[in-house]
Ligand binder design. Structure first.
Ligand SMILES: Cc1ncc(COP(=O)(O)O)c(C=O)c1O
Length: 466
């Protein structure tokens, strides 16, 4: 592995950052007295400390130090219309004014309406809401295990399904111990669970066939993201998803599409429909909540029925205190309805802006002599995409095609993309988590120009260290 010494650059960046965000640093000191690392979501706790955000509107954030920051992270990619879209905030405000909105502990019409839209737009027969994508994937796996009576769960290397026991293997690529995507990534998880998790390779049909040949008749499910998120921002190929459907059917395993990222991101519904592949179960989150904590498991009625009261021992997807929260269900209903009603204008626009963004990034770095591979779109799989992720291969001519390349620290410079550039971009007034993000309907061509100029300046800054 090539080693690049970023020590002097990191010292320069953190020094400038401290001077740029003094109030955020003060808040961090206070935060550390009460919270480990100063917060409640590790991704947000960028080093040396995160900018503390005060308000967010459209494409832009405002922080405690009064900077405006152009944001492409957009609420963990939940905000497809940008931050705090008026259609959602006005409805929530009106509801609160009428004495509705906070938890009642009862159920209501809003939830039925949100469920109807989700089923109609995703081809699911039944849905149950929960509060996070993590819970949704955990419940989907429990359902699959109960339905099949089998124990093994298969996922792909690099697949991220939230921090739940069956999903904590094969997330990042390990080189030093030679484990690749076969490592367990968390302490405290029972080996009895992680031993039951099989990791196969994304977008590699031969590998998938081998995995099914070896484990197929013991598999409860195969769970995968049709658009691979954290490990590379790339869609599955049509061939791969169709094969996954055929093999799961052949071996009697449940096919689960984790559409927490892809749901309502490429069309007003599931992305599986674009591929013509209907899974047995799908999980949704992020966009469907309209900025509120909503997630869902949706799918075949006969599998979903296992959570019902008719069962002597149901799958205990019984709901939590905040499941189907009235304000969340209102936001979900409004957002999904809006995306359905404006589908023909929203998705082509996002695709167009996404393409311009990817090209602008490539050009800005290339102009400074730095090779960046910008993933996020594959026209053979999906018609257009709002997503982008930058990869910096050590070898300019490297052919990057899979998570085994993008997430491999021997192939791509992950320190640059996940640490150094994150800070460098923030100093330019742009936020990209680990050099990835998405455009929203609130972004404009002028914002892409701002990003392109920021890319050029950060490229100049890091060039001497490459
Ligand atoms: C594909 C996918 N599945 C599941 C999750 C977990 O969702 P949540 O963060 O809402 O728990 C995420 C989160 O980023 C995700 O990207």
């Amino acid at each position: 592995m090539k080693t690049r010494d970023y020590t002097p650059l990191w010292a320069e960046l953190t020094d400038a950052y401290r001077r740029h965000f003094p109030r955020s640093e003060m808040i961090q000191q206070e935060a550390l007295r009460y919270m480990v690392d100063g917060g409640s979501h590790s991704l947000r706790l960028i080093q040396p400390f995160p900018p503390r955000i005060v308000t967010a509107q459209g494409a832009w954030l405002q922080d405690e130090d009064n900077h405006r920051i152009l944001d492409f992270w957009q609420g963990h990619l939940a905000n497809i219309l940008g931050h705090n879209p008026e259609i959602v905030t006005s409805a929530l405000a009106a509801n609160l004014e009428q004495g509705a909105g906070l938890q009642t502990g009862f159920t209501d019409r809003l939830q039925v309406e949100a469920a109807e839209i989700l089923c109609r737009q995703t081809g699911a027969e039944r849905v149950r809401f929960t509060t996070s994508g993590t819970l949704a994937t955990m419940y989907a796996i429990m359902l699959a295990r109960a339905f099949t009576g089998r124990k093994l769960v298969m996922k792909v290397g690099g697949g991220w399904h939230g921090a739940q026991p069956w999903a904590l293997k094969g997330i990042s690529f390990h080189v030093d111990d030679g484990l690749g995507f076969q490592a367990v990534e968390s302490n405290g998880v029972p080996v009895a669970v992680t031993d039951k998790v099989i990791v196969t390779s994304f977008n590699r049909p031969e590998h998938l066939c081998d995995s099914f040949r070896q484990f197929g008749d013991q598999l409860a499910c195969f769970i995968l993201e049709p658009f691979l998120g954290a490990a590379g921002f790339t869609p599955a190929t049509r061939e791969y998803l169709q094969l996954a459907r055929q093999l799961t059917e052949h071996y009697g395993a449940v096919l689960i599409f984790d559409e927490v990222i892809s749901g309502f991101r490429f069309r007003a519904g599931n992305v599986g429909a674009i591929y013509g592949v209907q899974p047995d179960l799908a999980t949704f989150g992020k966009i469907i909540g309209g900025g509120m904590p909503v997630a869902a498991v949706a799918g075949r009625a006969d599998i979903m029925a296992l959570v019902g009261r008719e069962r002597s021992i149901p799958v205990m997807f019984s709901g939590g205190t905040y499941s189907g929260h009235p304000a969340s269900m209102l936001a979900a209903k409004i957002m999904m309805n809006y995306l359905v009603a404006h589908e023909t204008e929203i998705y082509p626009r996002l695709a167009e802006l996404g393409e311009k963004t990817r090209q602008a990034i490539q050009k800005a770095f290339a102009d400074e002599g730095i090779t960046v591979h910008c993933s996020g779109h594959d026209p053979e799989a999906l018609p257009g995409s709002s997503m982008f992720m930058m990869h910096f291969p050590y070898e300019p001519g490297a052919r990057l095609v899979s998570p085994e390349d993008w997430a491999n620290p021997r192939v791509c410079d992950l320190t640059l993309s996940r640490k150094v550039l994150e800070l460098a971009f923030l100093l330019e007034g742009v936020f990209l988590l680990h050099c990835h993000g998405a455009v929203t309907m609130a972004h404009t061509e002028a914002d892409i120009e701002v990003l392109a100029e920021a890319c050029q300046r950060v490229a100049r800054r890091v060039k001497p260290y490459l």
